[in-house]
Design a binder for this molecule. Structure first.
Ligand SMILES: Cc1cc2nc3c(=O)[nH]c(=O)nc-3n(C[C@H](O)[C@H](O)[C@H](O)COP(=O)(O)OP(=O)(O)OC[C@H]3O[C@@H](n4cnc5c(N)ncnc54)[C@H](O)[C@@H]3O)c2cc1C
Length: 382
């Protein structure tokens, strides 16, 4: 794989750099959750006005038809400029691509533009109290009634639901068939009385995710994505995009965190401490491996048209490395990193969830073993 940029890729990067230099994000708000969200929403509008909200989307849907390499440049440049995440990350990276793969023309026309402009925020309603890793075990049920589906059940860990209009909801619609076959993928309007959103406060102090209690919510049949009974395949498209797209953006942020930590260690004269130097060198090697694996994932997506299971490897290595990094930061920075409200204490606490969110490390290891390395399936081996 050749990582030298072509002339047009260099031109793409330079255009984006110029735009970012001329269009800085809105200033940091005081440390209030809603203020942060409003800033990210304004920033996404700004990106969209400049044609930079989702360059990886095809031109006909408001993107630039960027190649995977250009998309990688995009994430790296955004990382380099240290701008905030757009408010509708799940819509841009997961929902939009899922809709483009499975949606009807009417659905694309209706739902894609407000994803780009951040007018309508999306969240992901997959996990339930008894269905996380084993998503197909979910119990939320949808029954057809007139022109609508009537949905009852409970979702959990729904990130950003408090800001969202649309929920990518997987529900059981057929109870007679094998569990993977009886699922349907819906777009549910969460702004209805039948959907109660209760925030869950995390160890960091913020309430990033929520419980959803759904009591006979109505979803028009027109909001089924990919056809009734086809929900498992549609959900897999969302999950593959989650691991590939988010994985790339996250490895860029990991590098920044390491650069920051290196600077602090240097300021404190800790680079001469062999234990610290050794741990930093290990993190550097890990960051480079993850970066190259993420690039490889993108080139595979270019070749095969869809992200592959290698995204699981990137996600697993990223979460492990980020946890090591924030742990080392606590040692390098000292007591300040253990004081509530500081940057590094937030990173230390937030990193705990990395090996759970978007697929737990144990489950990702199974995927890598079976689908990347071709090892025998656990059940067959048993
Ligand atoms: C910060 C954060 C944000 C999240 N945001 C969302 C969101 O927006 N939308 C959403 O739908 N979900 C979200 N989730 C939920 C997340 O996807 C689930 O937590 C995850 O899939 C694991 O499911 P579970 O918590 O039910 O654990 P379980 O699946 O019950 O797993 C429990 C333990 O058993 C292990 N285990 C399970 N199956 C296997 C197996 N086959 N082999 C080996 N070990 C196994 C797991 O690794 C884990 O250690 C979020 C989670 C976090 C932490």
């Amino acid at each position: 794989m050749d990582l030298t940029f072509s002339e047009s890729e260099t031109a793409f990067r330079d255009e984006l750099r110029r735009w970012l230099a001329a269009n800085p994000p809105p200033p940091e708000p005081s440390d209030v959750e809603d203020g942060q969200f409003a800033r990210r929403r304004d920033w996404q509008r700004q990106l969209n006005d400049g044609g930079w909200a989702a360059p990886h989307w095809p031109q006909e849907y408001g993107g630039r038809g960027a190649s995977p390499t250009e998309s990688a440049i995009y994430f790296e440049e955004l990382g380099r400029a240290r701008v905030p995440q757009p408010a509708n990350t799940l819509g841009l990276l997961l929902g939009g691509p899922t809709l483009m793969a499975w949606g009807t023309d009417e659905q694309k026309e209706r739902f894609l533009p407000p994803i780009l402009s951040a007018e309508e925020i999306w969240c992901q309603g997959f996990s339930e109290p008894d269905a996380g890793s084993d998503l197909a075990a979910l119990k939320t049920r949808a029954v057809f009634d007139g022109d609508d589906w009537v949905v009852t059940g409970q979702k959990v860990w729904t990130s950003g639901a408090q800001h969202s209009k649309w929920c990518m909801l997987v529900a059981r619609t057929d109870f007679e068939v094998a569990k993977h076959k009886g699922l349907t993928y819906f777009l549910m309007d969460v702004e209805q009385e039948a959907v109660e959103i209760r925030p869950l406060r995390q160890i960091t102090g913020e309430a990033e995710f929520n419980e959803l209690f759904i009591e006979e919510a109505r979803i028009p049949d027109a909001n089924v994505i990919g056809g009734a009974g086809n929900g498992w395949k549609v959900a897999l498209t969302t999950l593959m995009n989650e691991r590939a797209g988010l994985g790339f953006a996250l490895q860029v942020r990991l590098r920044q965190q390491l650069d920051d930590l290196l600077a602090i260690a240097s300021e404190r004269g800790l680079l001469d401490d062999p234990l610290v130097a050794d741990a930093l060198a290990d993190l550097h090697v890990r960051c480079e491996s993850i970066r190259l694996l993420a690039w490889k994932g993108l080139s595979d997506a270019e070749r095969y048209g869809q992200p592959g299971p290698e995204g699981s490897l990137v996600k697993w290595l990223w979460s492990d490395t980020n946890q090591r990094l924030s742990q080392l930061a606590a040692e390098v920075v000292g007591p300040e990193a253990l004081t509530a409200g500081t940057h590094w204490s937030y990173e230390l606490l937030r990193a705990r969830g990395n090996s759970i969110e978007g697929g737990t490390t144990e489950v990702l290891k199974n995927i890598v073993a079976e689908r990347v390395l071709g090892l025998p399936r656990l059940k067959a081996a048993a």
